[in-house]
Write a protein of this length. Sequence first.
Length: 414
Amino acid sequence: MRTRRALVPGLVALAGLVAALATAQVAPKAAPLPPAVAKAPAKAPPAGASEFQALAKRARAAHEAQKLDEAMALYQKALRLRPSWSEGRFALGTVLYDLDRYDEARAEFRQVLVQEPKSGAAWAFLGMCEFRLRNHEPALGDLQKGRLLGLASNPALKSVADYHAGILLCRFAQYEAAREILSNFALVDQDSPGVIDGLGLAALRMPYLPSEVPPDKREMITIAGRAIYQFTKNRYSPTARLAFDELVTRYPEEPNAHYAKGAFLMTVEESEAGLAEFRRVLSMQPSHVPAMLQLAFHLMKEGRYEEALPYAESAVAAQPDFFAAHNALGRVLLELGQTDRSIAELETAARLAPNSVQTYFSLARAYQRADRTEDVKRARATFMKLEAALRAEREKTRGVAAPSPSLDPEPPPE
């Protein structure tokens, strides 16, 4: 029998999961028949029905016994008799996945989704097939769709989908979103090497998968990952503080080590020490936009708008296509009474990120300041719509009941 690999080292294995999913996930239970229909004479079974039922029964038994080659052949025979059997096609896809036949498995999950396009499990498995085939961009899209449709009824599959979505977000430089997902594992005491590496990569803003980490960076990534893990469990943990201290002591020339510690210090309300770390980052890497934005947003929070302005302007100059830079500049200009410039920057932010809740909140304030009543109404309506959608999405995709603490600069990840 083929040994089945765990998708996440030390996190969760799919052994035993796929057989249960095959029989329980895709096909919904039939609704009870109305009395009049229930009393109707039974029709004769269609030709080949008994043969199909026998094959389906044998396929399930082989699958549950982990006789994967036999299960594959039986599912294929049964599906030739009844191509519309989506439960069996899903099961065949999981068998092919476990046999490392990812291209064939992908084809089966695509067929399932033609019949059942709202199957979160099928989207998740399709994403995992794409991941194994190294098609990372479609893999992320499929996994995110599966998570959004809902995987809560299958915790093991949800863990696998969450983990791979998290590391792929990091691979595509969406570090805050990656850390938000991966931090949930800390809240349920899952500290596999893959989770720690993913958290470390997100903290250090390194666009790698854990399997791609350069050997000379691995120790630094592990220290950063452990720091974020301990912080997520308890933001005031002495262990977390020691880990961040070790990170900057061992790697004093790494800008993102200081950035990570600065974000930690801001979160535990040691703002001056945190701001000093961000300034140190900029002394080492003057084009570090996240550090500029941390400084701009935190200085705004303290009402130090004149000090915040040059950091926000520098962020826009350094990365003019980044919505958060325009958001920061628009907000600080609004507080400084430069309403027209503020509106221009915030409208640019909205164009670059149409789903940014914080941008529309700020735009409504700016329009109100300019007495643009109709624009205020539109911005507020958009804000409320986006906020409701964001809450619904987070409710569907959250991994644990408690939210993870945030290390992000404002505005929050969306």
